[in-house]
Ligand binder design. Structure first.
Ligand code: KIV
Ligand code: ZN
Length: 399
């Protein structure tokens, strides 16, 4: 499989996902989730929309400074203030990306933007060019592309590429597309938007209003898209975004059908899903594909019999490949020391007796407030308490 057959995963949990009604993550929570996304191995983290609030600016800046691995992207409307602010927030990242967008559909241009096609074209060219003065990694999205005139979308995307855009992302902003028409649209963009460089990526960005976000994203991949945007647990505006875990496991499980694979460490999917659910307060439905608690549960006698004989009779994925363990220990406020020790060992954490006591007590406090704790949350408690105790030891030694 060549590098052109690898599908990049652009995770927008911290930007589009956070736009879900009622979710407001603190900068600390966003940084913790970004660390977990880096462990998961997504290619790009869209850390936020820096001009939208001081808290979002701070979170994007801290993620840029503290999280190693993925490209860090910041969203900006197609105007100088947004682009300059996005750059200020991400300029310390090892690999920074500015993601600028401007709508191309008649309904958005007329009623929201009050701009003509000519004005949209001009604003896209100048915004992409301005972003390129800061970084050589620039993404442009024609918002509401799927309700736009395809000829105009192609013209605007071509102008963006000519101005230096390296990724062209095609949003199905209102979840209107079907897999066949979205696939056709991506196919036309792939063949008709020409870059003079090899490095122009075509990307999908699908919303789930008709429950088709993952299907549409995968149709885009089949048509040649090599970046998929989505959010953990499918969170996002209204009915949400394409669910990262479903897209990743569909491509990984059916690599031959797609002629492409992902570079994600899939065994971190379950922990990431749990952490996002804990912090956002959005539950994961029991029967959610890949990460729901019933995703690998079997109740009927026939299925149990089959699975006991050979797991693959009723499972197309190995539960451990997405981070489920074969045991079902749940850590919460009622858990005892032995179960907690067992779980720490399973996730590779070894502690001295005194650190264990401190972590255990903190776990009880957090569990009192939050209920059951996932692996990623337990790891962050260990990091919080143990680094705290190292600081305390250093202070004690200094005096
Ligand atoms: O759905 C959408 O159109 C977006 C853009 C900002 C990319 O989220
Ligand atoms: Zn979106």
């Amino acid at each position: 499989m060549t590098s052109t057959d690898r599908v990049r995963i652009f995770d927008t949990t911290l930007r589009d996902g956070e736009q879900s009604p009622g979710i407001a993550l603190t900068p600390d929570q966003k940084v913790a989730i970004a660390h977990q996304l880096a462990r998961l191995g997504v290619d790009i983290i869209e850390a936020g929309f820096p001009v939208s609030s001081p808290g979002d600016f701070e979170a994007v800046q801290r993620i840029s400074r503290e999280v190693d691995g993925p490209v860090v992207a910041a969203l900006a409307r197609a105007n100088p203030v947004d682009i300059d602010t996005a750059w200020e927030a991400i300029k310390d990242a090892a690999s920074p990306r500015i993601h600028t967008f401007l709508a191309t559909s008649p309904i958005h241009m007329e009623h929201k933007l009050q701009m003509s096609e000519e004005e949209v074209l001009t604003a896209v060219k100048s915004s992409v060019a301005r972003a390129r003065e800061y970084t050589d990694d620039v993404e442009y999205s024609p918002e509401d592309a799927t309700r736009s005139d395809i000829e105009f979308v192609i013209a605007v995307c071509q102008a963006a590429v000519d101005a230096g855009a390296t990724t062209i992302n095609i949003p199905d902003t209102v979840g209107f597309a079907t897999p066949w028409d979205y696939g056709q649209m991506i196919s036309r963009i792939v063949t008709e938007v020409k870059g003079d460089r090899e490095d122009v990526f075509i990307s999908t960005h699908c919303h789930n209003d008709l429950g088709l976000a993952v299907a549409n994203s995968l149709a885009g991949v089949r048509a040649g898209a090599r970046q998929v945007e989505g959010a953990i647990n499918g969170i996002g505006e209204r009915a949400g975004n394409a669910s990262v875990e479903e897209v990743v496991m569909a491509i990984r499980t059916r690599t031959e059908a797609f002629g492409a694979d992902v570079g994600v460490n899939t065994s971190e999917l379950y922990a990431t899903s749990q952490m996002v659910s804990d912090y956002t307060g959005y539950p994961v439905q029991y029967n959610k594909a890949v990460v729901g608690r019933n995703a690998f549960a079997h109740e009927s006698g026939i299925h149990q019999h089959g699975v006991l004989r050979k797991r693959e009779t009723y499972e197309i994925m190995d539960p451990t490949a997405v981070g489920f363990s074969s045991n079902s220990l749940v850590i919460g406020k009622h858990s005892g020391r032995a179960a907690f020790k067992h779980t720490l060992a399973r996730i590779g954490v070894e502690l001295s007796d005194s650190d264990f006591d401190r972590v255990f007590n903190r776990m009880k406090q957090v569990a009192d407030q939050n209920g059951a704790l996932g692996d990623a949350r337990i790891r962050s408690i260990v990091e919080e308490v143990v680094s705290d105790s190292q600081v305390m030891q250093a202070i004690n030694q200094a005096f």
